[in-house]
Write a protein that binds this ligand. Sequence first.
Ligand code: FUL
Length: 699
Amino acid sequence: MLKRYFLTAQLLAASCLAFSQPAPKPYGVLPTARQLKWQETEMYCIIHFSMATFDDKEWGYGDEPNSLFNPASFNALQIVGAAKAGGFKGIVVVAKHHDGFCLWPTKTTSHNISQSPYKNGKGDVVKEYQQACDKLNMKLGLYCSPWDRNNANYGTPEYLQIYRAQLKELYSNYGPLFMSWHDGANGGDGFYGGTREARKIDRTTYYDWDNTWAITRAMQPGASIFGDVGPDVRWVGNEEGHAGETSWETYTPEAPEAGKRPSNGYVKDWLGTDGTRDGKNWMPAECDVPLRKGWFYHESQDGQSKSAYQLLDLYYKSVGRAACLDLGLSPNKQGLISKEDEQILKEFGSLLKQTFAINLAKGATLTASNIRGKNQQLYGVQHLVDNDRYSYWASDDKVTTPQLVADLHKPQTFNVIRLRENIKLGQRIEEISVDAWQNNGWQQIAAATSIGANRLIRLPQNITASKVRLRVTKSPVSIALSDFGLFKEPVHLSSPQITRTTKGEVSLTTEAPVSKIVYTVDGSVPGNASAVYQHPFELPEGGVVKTLSIEEGNKLSEVSTKQFGPVKVQWHISAEGTDEKNLQKAIDDDVNSYADVAVSTGGVVIDMGKNTTIKQFTYQPRTDKHIDGMVDVYEFYYSADGSTWAKAISGEFSNIKSNPILQVVQIENPISARYFKFVPKHVIQGDRAEIAELGIISK
Ligand code: FUL
């Protein structure tokens, strides 16, 4: 009885206080329930497995015969299982890529799986993914490319009806989706029912997105819609997997021309990675990046997947900057994630688990400089460590720069700090600093901007301290912080960095000194018995350098790999009507300087000075985030004397606009020649080609 009285009295007191001091007023625009669900997902994998896998392309042209799609052992459980082992909580299946081939038996086009040999035309790969997701408790999302290089109707109003019918089929038959992913890419040309031409659409009006997405809303109300500029989730503006150091969850998109509406595929050259402080829309970023070099599987890219530690770094730069990480997985021609990729995912999953297993702040005594209305129960600091993303420590309205001290009771070592706001009340905090009690005083160890749903600060070194202080240094309103965490990443031996001078001298360096660095130059994996690095070595003809560091107790780092072509010091470059000084920038080994050549010149000629084997050629596009002059269609010639030329290969650099990485083109039968000629046939924008670097690979 007495107990009951006390409880009631306590509740009464709490509610009186809560009444006198209501919850903080939400700040700015707010997330919807569906966006909150998406945000909580944090990490998912986008899966590219379709015609381009079999065609060995990044963008299928649309003319691939249905007979080409015939994986011998497609296994959705293995693929989804690999994602799950990596700690990912969902997948986005590319049900139709730009080549137009539908991985489900659709009524909308004959270019689909029912016309392929796979399971004698009875297969439905999307269904198999759905079943695997159900089994493994993973979320399912779908990507159906608006651009369709196969469809004869593409560009006409009829196609929009076809596209919508495809969405309706996908929305009806595969259960509730957590995402509907809408790509903005459109390279123009394609097969289009055999016409093989370039088709232009107005990106702002053609897909009539408002009405197209109304279908998504009606049929899949829980699905967050991803597009370059939302509406629910925005593209972060690169395919490298990172948001900006400052990354706001709100965003005000801009169109390239005044008066036009920003739209999917029609936004400023490069979307900013940072969002907009106090933006008009709640539109957090998704950071997409392939695990391998490209989005589709290419055998030639085996051995070049990102390592578990590279993924961890991207995790801090995406999930740790209030975005979600969307990692591209690429099943091979068999229909499986390769052993190598599977292993990397497993290691990454275990690294994440180990890092976040113990929150040192949980055992700490937390003391705040201010608690809203002195109401400990509702707004106290215990909410910072209770694993609830929406319970929170709040300050009084007039207190916008409160502080928190965590007494860890004894020296503890950490290198990761986690902060989260209760984003149901908006993104409030602008800046914070963190101090550690060291040498009898507070020393600042970190500072950060934008917190939002999640901010992970990875310190450059371990900090050992028995007291840690958080200072909110800038906020327009009272704060509503839901999480404060301190973690320790497992010890990591950093792998060496590989650099080569223009003359061909290779150096291997590590951030901190290590006992030993070993390396190979023949492509084999280095180990204890490999050559020990003592000083820089010569590699003028190029080759593959692989290296790792070794510490006592036989601890090995991950392997770093870099491929080099022959050095370019003796090369001569020329192009009609272009001065040599400008051209020289295409062979100066500096990716930040560009040769600028009129597309109409007929190509850039390089005299290598001697007969050289050409197995691959490379084109490095500009690296300054501008698309002017990025070459997306090329021809490549070779010659023994610089006057009689033979064509070695021609093609497109698919997806170069979104992912402007080094383009490596395989020449089917290696050539031996003294001269080569690179002819830019088309650029993404403008009439001049910007060439940051041209090169070849001989070994
Ligand atoms: C891009 C596409 O063009 C790529 O092929 C890939 O699907 C990627 C996820 O989105 O814009």
